[in-house]
Design a protein around this ligand. Structure first.
Ligand code: UGA
Length: 436
């Protein structure tokens, strides 16, 4: 197999496929990334992946290269796992990398093969890629393109890849379906359901799943606003809603909202594509989801301003959390850093601490102040913001921290701290959507 793209998705997929027993070549245009992975170093924080990379490299079944031509020549199945970032000038997805990878694979085929799209793309892309494959493949070679979206979460990428909760196969023939069922024989044997469908449905399953998760988060955040106004507690409310199995408790954590490399860009790309297709209601719904989400960041900025008496100029603000969620060092579209940067721009002296994302955060926002411990962020702060719910922040002793500042004020923007415990330790405690 080849796996094109060795970012979060591709690196994890390549390692997982090698773990399942296949011979895998990971291909990337970024020499540094390839060198790191070949040397057993995962260039990002992902629990469990370094160990599995080391294990699979040692078997000799896994290697990494920038030489696409030689990688393609030997393989039967080619996975396209490159990024589809949001374009600079619009909400649309940038498909240049997907198109390049697909073209390169098709051009270098020396035998019949299956090209498997895994990247997140706007509906209709795969059909166009089929035309690209047909126009690029050498004469006499049969190359079939199908779509097999990926649903892995950062922080749980290894488990999600080896034990997916569903496998979606779009646009397969009898032959390619058999090949894909063989590729995923292990998870299928464990009970992962397989959904066989057409190309557009497969493409849309992926973005609809992310759009639904985003909608769930924005729903509870909208209700959190009602809770605040009415004197209710959104955390208790979410627990009560969650007991209804039709609703479920997951993704009902109110707070600073969603970020990362997927949910924000995927709902915007779906919004854009829905408009192109004339599906304006979906576009309007997603617009609201996005606005509610971005509004949460404004809300937390306002809360910090309020805590500092209306202006944060020259105030010391401690920020716990930089990653867009715990268990990752990813700061793409991170709500935490977005809030920290906005306060910095308003003249605050911000000190950010994150147990894993300090380096990536510093690269993305070099002008912010960074600490190397929770204590450094808290020390002398006028207000402390908890913006990513790392376990170490949730478990911290508020009593001890209270001694580090003369104005112990905390804003819990993720709803995971114990208000009672923090108040008992002398902190002025404010939570989003909760009074208690
Ligand atoms: C998301 C999806 O969950 C994956 O299924 C999907 O494969 C992936 O995008 C992708 O498209 O590649 P991920 O970006 O790793 O995965 O992050 P999530 O765990 O979904 O969290 C997204 C954001 O929502 C985080 O910022 C998190 O803090 C926030 N969130 C999550 C909430 O604000 N409240 C919640 O209740 C849950």
């Amino acid at each position: 197999m080849t796996v094109f793209g060795t970012g979060y998705l591709g690196a994890t997929h390549a390692v997982a496929m090698a773990e399942l027993g296949f011979d895998v070549v990971g291909v990337d245009v970024d020499q540094a990334k390839v060198d790191a992975l070949a040397a057993g170093k995962v260039p990002f924080f992902e629990p469990g992946l370094p160990e599995l990379l080391e294990k699979t490299l040692a078997t000799g079944r896994l290697r990494f290269t920038t030489d696409a031509a030689s990688a393609v020549a030997g393989a039967d199945v080619h996975f396209v796992c490159v990024g589809t970032p949001q374009q600079r000038t619009s909400h649309a997805a940038n498909l240049a990398y997907v198109e390049d990878a697909t073209r390169v694979i098709a051009q270098h085929l020396t035998k019949d093969a299956v090209i498997v799209g895994k990247s997140t793309v706007p509906v209709g892309t795969a059909a166009r890629l089929r035309e690209l494959v047909a126009a690029s493949v050498p004469a006499g070679i049969d190359a079939e393109l199908l779509w097999n979206p990926e649903f892995l979460r950062e922080g749980k990428a290894v488990g999600d890849t080896l034990h997916p909760d569903r496998i979606v196969l779009g646009g397969v023939s009898e032959r390619s379906e058999a090949i894909m069922r063989a590729v995923y024989a292990a998870p299928i044997a464990e009970g992962s359901p397989v959904v066989v469908t057409d190309l557009p449905t497969a493409e849309l399953v992926k973005v609809s799943a992310n759009a639904f998760l985003a909608t769930k988060i924005s729903f509870i955040n909208a209700i959190a606003g009602v809770c605040e106004a009415a004197g209710a507690d959104v955390t208790v409310l979410a627990d009560a809603l969650g007991h209804d199995v039709r609703i479920g408790r997951q993704f009902l954590d109110a707070g600073l909202g969603f970020g990362g490399g997927c949910l924000p860009k995927d709902i915007r790309a779906l919004m854009h594509r829905s408009k192109e297709l004339g599906a304006n209601r979906a576009a309007a719904l997603l617009q609201q989801v996005d606005e509610i989400n971005m509004g949460q960041r404004e809300r937390v900025i306002d809360m910090a301003l309020e805590a500092c008496g209306g202006s944060v100029l020259n105030k010391r603000i401690g920020v716990l959390g930089a990653a867009f969620k715990p268990l990752t060092d990813d700061v793409r579209d991170s709500p935490a850093l977005n809030v920290a940067a906005a306060l910095h721009l308003r003249g605050a002296q911000v000190t950010v601490y994150d147990p894993e994302a300090g380096d990536t955060a510093r690269r993305a926002f070099p002008t912010l102040g960074y600490g190397t411990s929770v204590d450094e962020a808290v020390e002398g702060s006028d207000v402390l913001l908890v913006l990513t719910e790392w376990k170490q922040f949730v478990d911290v002793d508020p009593q001890r921290l209270a001694g580090l500042t003369s104005t112990p004020r905390v804003i819990d923007a993720r709803g995971k701290l114990s208000a009672d415990q923090w108040r008992a330790a002398g902190w002025e405690f404010t939570g989003l959507g909760r009074l208690t």
